[in-house]
Design a protein around this ligand. Structure first.
Ligand code: SAM
Length: 288
C-alpha cells in the first residue's frame, strides 16, 4: 500500500520508528505540507516522460510525489542513516534509484547519460541551504543537459537570483543564474511547512534553462572571473576590484582603457553593470 509522508503525523512516525536524529550540518528540514509538494511538482512540469534528479531526498517525502509523476527518479542523499528509511518509504515504487553520495562529488553528466540517454533531465529538490550556490552553479557549469531546476531555497537567495543592477541583492549569483536560465519564484513557503522549522523563510524558484544564452561572449570563463572579482569587493570601483584580483592578469592601464572604451565613468562600480556589459568588458579585455 502507498503510505504518503507529506504530513506531520506520518513524518514523525517514521522518524521515531528509526530513531532518526536530525543533522544540522546537512541542512535537514523535511517538508510536511502536501500543498507545497504539489506546487513544486506542478511548477517543474514533471511528466511520465521525465527523468528527475532529486538532491537530498531526506525520508523520501518529495521522492514519493516525483516517483508517482515521473518515468524515473534518481535521488542523491549524503546521510547514510536515511538510506534504510528510504528503503521502506519508497518500497511501493520501482522507478526510484537512491545513491548514497555527496551531490558535489557526483558525476551528474554520467547519471544523465545512464538514466536518460543524455537527454535533458529535470532537477527538483528541497535543497540543503548551506550549499545552494555550489549546487546550482555546479549544475549549470557542468554542461549537464537540463530542462529546468525547480528548488526550494532560502527566500533571500531566491530574491538574489532574480535581481538586476540597482538592487542591493544583485550579485554574482544573479548574473550567473540569469546567464543560464530564466528565474521565476513560484511559491513563498513559511517555516511551519517543515520539521524542524528553519529560522528563515523559504521560496520555490524555477530556473528554466535558456536554449541560447541571452548574451554572446567569447570566453565565458573569463566573464565569470570578472563578475566574481567585481562583486568580491562590492564597495570598490570596478577598476580597483579587477586590479586587486590575483586571478586576473590585466594591467591597470588595460582595465582603465576597457572601461573608458565602454563609455563608463572611471568611478563605476561592478554592481552597476548589466550582464551584457560584463560580456562586452570580457570581450574587450580578452582581446590580445
Ligand atoms: N527532500 C526532503 C524533504 O523535502 O523533506 C529533505 C530536504 S532537506 C532540506 C535536505 C536534504 O539534503 C537532507 O536529506 C540532507 O541530508 C541532504 N543533503 C545535505 N547535503 C547533501 C549533499 N552534499 N549531497 C546530497 N544530499 C545532501
Amino acid at each position: 500500500m502507498k503510505e504518503y509522508l507529506g504530513n506531520p503525523k506520518n513524518t514523525i512516525e517514521i522518524i521515531q520508528k528509526y530513531e532518526f536524529m536530525f543533522q544540522k550540518k546537512f541542512g535537514q528540514n523535511f517538508l510536511i505540507d502536501t500543498h507545497v509538494l504539489e506546487k513544486i511538482i506542478n511548477a517543474a512540469g514533471v511528466t511520465k516522460d521525465d527523468c528527475v534528479l532529486e538532491i537530498g531526498p531526506g525520508i523520501g517525502t518529495m521522492t514519493q510525489y516525483l516517483a508517482e509523476n515521473a518515468r524515473q527518479v534518481v535521488a542523491v542523499e549524503i546521510d547514510r542513516n536515511l538510506i534504510p528509511i528510504l528503503g521502506e518509504t519508497l518500497a511501493a515504487w520501482d522507478n526510484v534509484t537512491i545513491i548514497n553520495e555527496d551531490i558535489l562529488k557526483v558525476d551528474i553528466r554520467e547519471l544523465a547519460d545512464r538514466y536518460n540517454g543524455g537527454r535533458p533531465i529535470k532537477v527538483v529538490a528541497n535543497l540543503p541551504y548551506y550549499i545552494t550556490t555550489p549546487i546550482i552553479m555546479g549544475l549549470f557549469e557542468s554542461g549537464v543537459p537540463i530542462d529546468n531546476i525547480t528548488v526550494m531555497v532560502q527566500k533571500e537567495v531566491a530574491d538574489r537570483m532574480k535581481e538586476g543592477p540597482g538592487s542591493k541583492d544583485y550579485g554574482a549569483l544573479s548574473l550567473a543564474v540569469q546567464y543560464y536560465a530564466r528565474p521565476e519564484i513560484v511559491a513563498n513557503v513559511p517555516p511551519n511547512c517543515f520539521i524542524p522549522r528553519p529560522n528563515v523563510g523559504s521560496a520555490v524558484i524555477r530556473l528554466t534553462r535558456h536554449t541560447d544564452p541571452p548574451v554572446t561572449v567569447r570566453d565565458e570563463k573569463l566573464m565569470f572571473k570578472l563578475i566574481r572579482a567585481s562583486f568580491n569587493q562590492r564597495r570598490k570601483t570596478l577598476q580597483n576590484g579587477l586590479n586587486n584580483a590575483p586571478e586576473l592578469p590585466f594591467s591597470k592601464e588595460k582595465v582603465a582603457a576597457a572601461i573608458a572604451r565602454m563609455g563608463l565613468p572611471a568611478s563605476v562600480r561592478g554592481e552597476a553593470l548589466t550582464l551584457s556589459q560584463f560580456a562586452e568588458l570580457s570581450d574587450i579585455l580578452g582581446e590580445s
